[in-house]
Design a protein around this ligand. Structure first.
Ligand code: PPE
Length: 306
């Protein structure tokens, strides 16, 4: 899906015109994948655009940076303020927000420590990540032949730009085989997550999701869903899962900021079926919360217009 241009991009403290948001070809991160990023969404509400769990996303950006020896020269609060300012400058009601901290031009070679750290915040309207039909009827997923990296190969807890080569390989393999998305197992064969989403299954009314120690990112959507599900009174178990737990699920779904909550209808050609009741309920409540319609989750939103 081509990016829909907006007006301004925040770069190192300044709002620059979309077409002028350029970097040098010798930017360190372009060569070695030494950057960290976030994916955040803002939704339209009665009080104008509201950003879902913005401060927590920016804290995770700082955590990712720490794991990769990147010193971000802006505090979490400064990044939050910059994001809200960029939303106002672009006059959008809803958008996907992509903060990036990267090592800039000036040094080459694998040592990142002498490099200048640059930060940008771009945003644009981004529709459904796995398609409108996927969101409504569910997607077909395939277990990838690519394994999620061992945490001692790469810190998978970091949203590092270079770390996404692994996801990208799995995504292309799944798409070329005619599926919508890939599920990655870790090096011991347990389910980790999808290329850009966490995964849940439902079995006999209980929700299951893999632990972070299986290689799952500490997703904010995952965390929101655990809260929503427990508030409904469902039991949620964070536990190690095998691929066969996916095949035998009553319901299954993916979740992430870009993807939102997407039912899974098939895993490796085993039919799970139409989106089940629990998946539907959670999907509906997640969207309602993001649109400022659930009082209990009002604290998840930060409003661009105060
Ligand atoms: N796992 C991975 C590997 C991942 O990239 C994401 C977000 C998640 C889980 C879910 O995390 P959270 O968004 O906090 O619930 N993936 C981002 C990037 C997607 C992309 O294509 O780029 C996102 O959803 O914004």
């Amino acid at each position: 899906m081509p990016i829909e241009a907006t007006k301004k991009i925040w770069m190192d403290g300044k709002l620059v015109d979309w077409d002028d948001a350029r970097i040098h070809i010798l930017t360190h991160t372009l060569h070695y994948g030494t950057g960290v990023f976030e994916g955040i969404r803002a939704y339209p509400t009665e009080r104008g655009p509201a950003v879902f769990r913005l401060t927590e996303h920016m804290s995770r950006l700082h955590d990712s940076a720490l794991l990769l020896h990147i010193e971000i020269p802006y505090s979490v609060d400064e990044l939050v303020a910059a994001t809200l300012e960029t939303i106002r400058a672009n006059e959008v009601e809803s958008c996907y927000i992509r903060p990036l901290a990267y090592l800039g031009y000036g040094e080459m070679g694998l040592n990142p420590l002498p490099c200048e750290v640059n930060v940008s915040i771009a945003l644009w309207p981004w529709g459904t990540y796995l398609g409108d039909e996927g969101l409504a009827k569910g997607v077909r997923v395939k277990i990838s032949s690519w394994r999620r990296m061992d945490p001692n190969v790469n810190p998978v807890a970091a949203k590092g730009t270079g770390i996404y080569v692994n996801s990208s390989l799995a995504k292309v393999e799944a798409l070329k085989a005619g599926y919508d998305e890939a599920i990655l197992l870790n090096s011991s064969g347990s389910v980790a997550e999808a290329t850009g989403e966490n995964i849940f299954v439902v079995k006999k009314g209980v929700l299951y999701t893999p632990p972070l120690s299986s290689g799952a990112l500490d997703g904010l959507t995952r965390d929101s869903i655990i809260t929503i599900a427990r508030d409904f009174g469902y039991e949620v178990r964070v536990q190690t899962m095998l691929r066969t737990d996916l095949y035998l699920a009553d319901e299954a779904f993916l979740c992430g900021t870009a993807a939102e909550v997407v039912p899974i209808r098939e895993v490796d050609d085993r039919l799970i079926g139409d989106p089940g009741e629990i998946t539907r309920r959670i999907q509906e409540t997640y969207f309602a919360a993001a649109h400022g319609k659930v009082e209990a989750y009002a604290h998840w939103l930060e409003y661009a217009n105060g």
